[in-house]
Write a protein that binds this ligand. Structure first.
Ligand code: SF4
Ligand code: SF4
Length: 381
């Protein structure tokens, strides 16, 4: 059976346009009543990486979340907004990210993810157990609301990656550490989380997207699109094409398809909605990272060579760094230390997860790509 992906244009975040677009997207997929019934408890999971104003394009725009919340409330269901931001508590992040008006206007609850529950997987999965936020499983329906952004480690953060936020607190760092430098291992963790959370629907905010070195320090770019699907793997693969890339560059699409969590096969996907002029893009700026996927033992000397000469690494600009210590506190392998009044990165320990880049509010962490990596990126893309 074919999977439907709906794409609609929406120039701005004006409530009237958004309400219309959300209604149209939902109708394209069978209407809100196909997903939500009266009396249901519905969890909305936006991207709330950190406190950031909507025009920075770091968080899912509150106006889109409000339009979805209003559609769900209209059915007679209750709505909560949940996440586990790596920096700051959820109420503070919501408030600083422009969600106060939404929370005052609509009867929507705030649901910080605090408790953990161990979810188990079958033998054919790489990981047999993952601890996820218990709160996620207390709802009848989860609606996933990602932001369309680039991501220094995973290239893009779209629907599947957005659910990494259902890990509680420091568990995110633990999984980065466990996956190490192998992007496919990390993509597998993300796909397994997606399989368990099983959002009924994913609606992506691509009105003001982010290009360049996202997900925190990229450049906002107006794309004017909103997409929706029941299958986030399919939606992500369609978004890849829209921004001018094959979905094979997004490992969550490749692994999600291989594991049967969704499909990235164009033959299996029907795209409906508006005619999008100017797409696919040919100038969307991807991150300067050249993450190389290989499966070599840590003892293999070739791996050490490749790591040194090809893998993109972070570098801290001491002239900008405020020595707040946030990067060091969140670095999964504890590769960052303050030495003689300067934050230093131990290259032997670094796994290029770019959590430091993601979390530095001062934009003091730069992405540095060795020459060989740059050449490889050009050849691959
Ligand atoms: S988070 Fe940024 S400002 Fe803070 S210590 Fe790290 S690099 Fe410096
Ligand atoms: S230094 Fe930065 S990129 Fe390297 S492991 Fe630590 S957080 Fe990840």
């Amino acid at each position: 059976m074919k999977t439907f992906v709906s794409l609609r244009t929406c120039k701005n975040y004006e409530p009237e346009s958004l309400n219309n677009v959300v209604e149209t997207l939902l109708n394209d997929l069978g209407g809100i009543s196909s997903f939500v019934k009266p009396g249901d408890r519905v969890l909305l999971k936006p991207n709330l990486l950190k406190s950031a104003t909507p025009d920075e394009a770091i968080v899912t725009h509150p106006a889109l979340v409000e339009a979805v919340a209003a559609a769900v409330l209209d059915v007679g269901a209750s709505v909560s907004i949940g996440d586990s931001p790596p920096l700051g508590n959820l109420s503070r992040v919501l408030s600083k990210s422009g969600y106060d008006a939404l929370l005052q206007r609509l009867p929507v609850k705030v649901a910080p993810f605090r408790q953990k529950i161990s979810v188990e997987f079958t033998d054919d999965r790489l990981f047999r157990k993952i601890d996820l936020a218990q709160e996620v499983f207390e709802y009848d329906c989860v609606i996933n609301l990602p932001k369309l952004k680039t991501h220094t480690q995973m290239v893009l953060t779209l629907g599947v990656k957005n659910l990494f936020g259902t890990l509680v607190g420091t568990d995110k760092a633990s999984w980065h550490l466990r996956a190490g430098t192998d992007v496919d291992t990390f993509a597998t963790v993300l796909v397994q989380i997606y399989e368990k959370v099983k959002p009924a629907l994913t609606i992506i905010d691509g009105i003001l997207a982010m290009e360049g070195n996202g997900p925190n320090s990229g450049t906002p770019r107006h794309l004017g699109i909103v997409g929706a699907a029941t299958d986030a793997v399919a939606l992500d693969s369609v978004i890849c094409k829209l921004i001018g890339h094959d979905s094979t560059m997004l490992r969550t699409c490749v692994i999600g398809n291989a594991l049967g969590a969704g499909t990235s096969d164009p033959e299996q996907i029907t795209v409906v909605g508006d005619e999008l002029r100017g797409f696919p893009l040919n100038n969307f700026k991807m991150p300067e990272s050249a993450t190389v996927t290989w499966n070599m033992s840590d003892r293999n000397p070739l791996r050490r060579f490749l790591q040194k000469h090809m893998v993109t690494v972070p570098e801290i600009d001491a002239s900008i760094c405020e020595r707040c210590g946030i990067c060091a506190n969140h670095c999964p392998p504890a590769a960052i230390r303050e030495i003689h009044g300067k934050m230093e990165i131990n290259r032997d320990k670094c796994i290029s997860c770019f959590c430091c880049h993601e979390l530095c509010s001062h934009r003091a962490v730069r992405i540095v790509q060795p020459l060989l990596g740059k050449i490889l990126t050009r050849v691959i893309r």
